[in-house]
Design a protein around this ligand. Structure first.
Ligand SMILES: C[S@@+](CC[C@H](N)C(=O)[O-])C[C@H]1O[C@@H](n2cnc3c(N)ncnc32)[C@H](O)[C@@H]1O
Length: 258
């Protein structure tokens, strides 16, 4: 349930599902993920695709995935069993903001893949992630942003961003520099950001084509009205990437060792 990665300039010809796996690998590499991973938090995990990927890549690692959706948590737990990682990866329906570092313990890696855009208060989120990491632990985040300001967002930028926010139920987005400022303010070091919009842009063409394929219509209809509304929002994502109003922001940051 996240964008595909099509090489740094978006020119790599790769099948859309593979591109989603490539995104995880590209983020781990760029994000300076720990080479020995013992415990990770997948904050806003969907059905836990990244968690299973991490658990399979690191056979000694244990993971906790959180989603707001009990349906995603239930399905994710089942997929974990099917993938043979059910004893190492737990997926819970729980708000990340209810996490208690004292009760939960800390993690080597906080993985935040296309979920932070759902969380309005980025400063509080960065503080929470810092608290959830062990000293020296790493935060890796990919999230939808608006373009840097100034110059101020135009009316047209605001129209596209407003439509995306409305159709995907998002609070107002922030810019990549805003994300970086929030991480620094929370006390992270080694904070780096980048704009991967070019690398992900082909994704929406691939998704729209799959939506137009009549073989996928029964599934879309079964998924219900809100999914169809979400599918409609794709045209605004395409428009937003084309105009530059929307940006695919990535960030990595380290919790100071002491
Ligand atoms: C677009 S999905 C991304 C899922 C997943 N990270 C992936 O890459 O496939 C966004 C996810 O964020 C979760 N989410 C949003 N706000 C959350 C919160 N406050 N606490 C926990 N999960 C949250 C949603 O439940 C959903 O699973």
């Amino acid at each position: 349930m996240h964008h595909g990665y099509y090489g740094p300039d978006g020119k790599r010809k790769v099948e859309h599902r593979q591109a989603q796996l490539d995104m995880i690998e590209a983020m781990l590499e760029w994000g300076q993920a720990p080479t020995r991973l013992q415990r990770f938090l997948d904050a806003g995990c969907g059905v836990g695709g990244s968690s299973r990927y991490l658990a399979l890549k690191h056979p000694e690692a244990r993971g906790l995935g959180l989603t707001l959706s009990p349906v995603q948590a239930r399905n994710g737990q089942r997929y974990n069993q099917e993938a043979g990682v059910g004893d190492r990866v737990e997926i819970r329906a729980q708000d990340v903001f209810s996490l208690d570092p004292a009760a939960e313990g800390t993690f080597d890696l906080v993985w935040s893949m296309e979920s932070a855009e759902h969380m309005a208060d980025k400063e509080a989120l960065m503080e929470l992630f810092l608290a959830m990491l062990r000293p020296g632990g790493q935060l890796i985040m990919a999230t939808w942003c608006h373009r840097p300001v100034p110059p101020a967002l135009t009316e047209d930028d605001q129209r596209v961003l407003g439509k995306i926010g409305e159709l995907y139920h998002l609070p107002p987005l922030v810019s990549v520099p805003d994300l970086k400022a929030a991480a620094l303010k929370a006390g992270f070091t080694n904070v780096a950001t980048d704009d991967w919009s070019a690398a992900v842009e082909p994704f929406w063409g691939a998704v729209i084509s799959s939506g137009l394929d009549p073989r996928n219509w029964p599934g879309l209809i079964r998924a219900g009205a809100s999914t169809i509304k979400g599918a409609w929002a794709m045209k605004y994502m395409k428009e937003g990437f084309r105009s530059g109003a929307i940006r695919y922001g990535v960030l990595h940051a380290t919790k100071p060792a002491i």
